[in-house]
Design a protein around this ligand. Structure first.
Ligand code: ADP
Ligand code: MG
Length: 699
């Protein structure tokens, strides 16, 4: 007897070859087979009698096979199968090309079902290359009604999959339903039997819709439960209580060169509020590029330091680490707070004189609590660092860390925790703040990051001008160089982003090396130009960034390494070569490198692509400066899988659900809460499935 875990090899008629093909689709068990949902359906729900056929109809007809024969067409060297079918109203001619096996698999007298488009030629009506099948008592599978069309690979066919799935789908009748009955009732969901049968072989559109909703609900429910459970787990642990130091915080805020935006204040307050509790904070701070997340986080670190505890700030790149290090040093220069930098190649504390400290000495300073804030790349989490009392871990640009890294970071939080030697309390874990510029709508973020509380900075600092963005045609390239040189004469700086480091055989794609040479030698021989990419040595990178920040370099040619976080307010020009090679979210990140001061900034896109869709995407980009709106647009054009799947490593990949249905998101969230109130332990099967489906969760 089959069950869900039965390997596909044990299904009747599945040989080694078919099993191998199924494996390529990730289908190993009956369960996998049943959750290999159709990507669409051919609608052959309309049947018609032969007498009523008209040219152009996309239709199903059924009748008796009266005649069938294979012949070769001499001129075109084609194999043609001709047949006639008859129902009680008339006769229809059928033609197939190069499918001689049809002539052998159908026999005169068979009742057949055919689906396709009706055409007309000099001999009258006919169907050319219709889907066909012989029908027996069980009715038509491939040609009648809503016929499933599956995602395929290799030479597996839809017919094979339909056949296989049909042969196992009846086990749904005996399945225990993972969605509890009270939830099904409350949210008007059909049971698993009806759902599985109708998602594969819909009896009607209505039943298909019911089936789809039920299965989407189930999938989202798993996610909601996984994130809620994660949240409960975290909240049951303990962190340091950080007292809010109002006076010093106010002093710090008034020492800033600017006024905090309302959104920054609100977010900072939410964070500080969380810190004033022993419950571990798990908060996601979301804010468009340039919205000022760093200073917001600094307010939290300030309070931690004033409580004589430590903070760690983890960032994805060395450039960003160095930059945050100097930004924080600047912000805290009138305080006692010490800031350290730790990457795989360097360590620094507060003043330059201390650069030469050996790594050992440096780690000792952390251990003794002599460094309040440690900024570092993930080298920081691989090392066995002992903190005296780490109370706050911040992850900047968290979307840049893959699931595995995020898992490691969370684990490392545990590590930090164990190594918090001061209290001797091994159960203390640091508060966690994740920061991202990926614009995820709140409802979506709540579904995917339900384990995190959310703060959104939805306001840019005052005085920022809209970044003017243009898609520049090649014949305006020279003119745009004049414009660039004019801006630079006015004291501004430019970034030039290229898709590649060096010229490869990928013809025509701009590379940093070649573009640098061209700009440096031919176009702007008088300007100071430098380049930056992943292969430039780390301390060299730092030097370049530093001179760029000091305006000793006019133009910086680089790969996407400058994508994240880099803050150079005097730069007002972002030139992107091969723009079609980047997603809108990434382009938006590049563009976010400029427009960080009150000077007017510009983003110039160049593309060699003549592809209409690329151009349309780029045009959308030139018209909007709003990360959320762009994400929405990209979502429409490319779908959430592509947009968030690539922008956001470690986003769940759905089989059937989407993030598009806000109602369903809300319902599943409420349902998850009801189940947790009821007690997840009462729902063993569900618990188990949630576990299995939660591997995208970072914790
Ligand atoms: P992001 O949110 O992309 O990390 P940053 O924290 O790097 O943004 O801030 C971008 C720039 O804006 C920095 O130069 C920072 O000093 C500046 N900034 C931050 N907050 C404000 C504000 N309220 N008013 C003016 N400038 C601000
Ligand atoms: Mg940032």
């Amino acid at each position: 007897m089959l069950n869900l875990d039965t390997p596909v090899e044990q299904i009747n008629k599945v040989g080694k070859a078919t099993a191998g093909k199924l494996k390529k689709l990730g289908i190993l068990t009956v369960q996998d087979l049943l959750s290999h949902y159709p990507s669409r359906y051919d609608d052959f729900s309309q049947s018609e009698k032969i007498a009523n056929l008209r040219p152009g109809m996309n239709i199903n007809v059924q009748g008796t096979l009266e005649f069938i024969q294979n012949k070769r067409s001499p001129r075109q060297r084609m194999n043609i199968t001709e047949a006639l079918i008859n129902d009680e109203t008339g006769q229809l001619k059928i033609v197939w090309f190069n499918q001689p096996f049809i002539g052998r698999s159908l026999q005169i007298g068979d009742t057949v079902s055919l689906s396709g488009t009706v055409k007309t030629d000099y001999a009258g009506l006919q169907m050319t290359s219709p889907e066909y099948e012989k029908i027996s008592n069980s009715g038509a599978t491939h040609t009648k009604g809503l016929v499933p069309v599956y995602p395929l690979t290799g030479n597996l066919t839809n017919k094979q999959l339909r056949f296989l799935i049909k042969s196992v789908v009846s086990i749904a009748e005996h399945l225990e339903d993972v969605v509890p009955k009270f939830i099904r009732r409350k949210y008007d969901l059909c049971d698993i039997d009806l759902a599985l049968k109708n998602i594969h072989f819909p009896e009607s559109k209505d039943l298909l819709n019911q089936a789809r909703r039920r299965l989407q609900f189930e999938e989202l429910l798993f996610i909601q439960l996984a994130t809620q459970l994660q949240k409960l787990k975290i909240k049951s642990q303990k962190s340091e209580l950080i007292e809010f130091k109002e006076k010093e915080t106010k002093e710090f805020v008034s020492s800033l060169k600017f006024q905090l935006t309302g959104a920054q204040k609100k977010a900072a307050w939410e964070i500080i509020n969380d810190l004033q509790s022993e419950k571990p904070m798990s908060r996601l701070l979301e804010g468009d590029v340039g919205s000022g997340k760093t200073v917001t986080a600094a307010l939290a670190m300030l309070n931690v330091a004033l409580n004589k505890k430590q903070s760690a700030l983890l960032v994805p790149t060395e450039i960003l680490a160095s930059q945050h290090y100097s930004t924080l040093r600047g912000l805290f220069k009138n305080t006692e707070i010490t800031v350290g930098l730790l990457t795989s190649i360097q360590q620094k504390v507060n003043s330059e004189e201390q650069i030469a400290k050996s790594k050992k000495e440096f780690l000792k300073l952390i251990e003794d609590g002599k460094i309040d804030i440690i900024v570092g790349t993930h080298a920081m989490i691989q090392k066995n660092i002992e903190f005296k009392n780490l109370a706050l871990a911040i992850i900047d640009e968290q979307h840049r860390f893959g699931v595995e890294q995020r898992k490691a970071l969370r684990k490392q939080s545990g590590q930090f925790r164990r190594n918090s030697s001061e209290t001797g309390n091994t159960n203390i874990m640091p508060h966690l703040l994740s920061m991202t510029a990926t614009p995820i709508p709140r409802s979506l973020a709540q579904a995917v990051y339900g384990d995190l509380d959310l703060s959104i900075i939805d306001e840019l600092p005052a005085g920022r001008k809209e970044i003017k963005t243009f898609l520049v045609p090649e014949n305006k390239r020279i003119a745009s160089y004049d414009f660039i040189s004019q801006e630079i004469k006015n004291g501004r700086q430019a970034f030039v982003v290229c898709p590649l480091i060096s010229e490869s055989d990928k013809l025509g794609v701009k590379s940093v090396e070649k573009e640098f040479k061209k700009l440096n030698e031919e176009i702007f021989p008088d300007l100071k130009i430098a380049f930056l990419h992943g292969r430039v040595k780390s301390n060299e990178k730092d030097k370049i960034m530093e001179s760029f920040l000091k305006n000793e370099i006019n133009i910086l040619v680089s790969t996407s390494v400058i994508e994240v976080g880099v803050d150079a307010p005097n730069a007002t020009l972002m030139i992107i070569e091969g723009a079609e090679r980047f997603g809108l979210a990434q382009l938006h990140q590049f563009r976010g490198r400029v427009g960080r001061s009150s000077h007017q900034s510009y983003c110039l896109l160049f593309t060699e692509s003549v592809n209409e869709i690329s151009r349309r995407r780029l045009n959308v980009f030139t018209k909007s400066n709003d990360g959320f709106a762009l994400a929405q647009a990209d979502l429409k054009m490319r779908g959430p899988g592509v947009v968030y799947g690539t922008a956001q490593k470690g986003f769940p990949i759905f089989k059937i659900a989407t993030f598009g249905d806000l109602d369903l998101l809300r319902q599943t969230q409420a349902a998850a809460n009801l189940i947790l109130e009821d007690g997840i332990d009462k729902h063993a099967l569900l618990n188990q499935r949630v576990d299995r489906n939660a591997n995208w969760l970072a914790g």
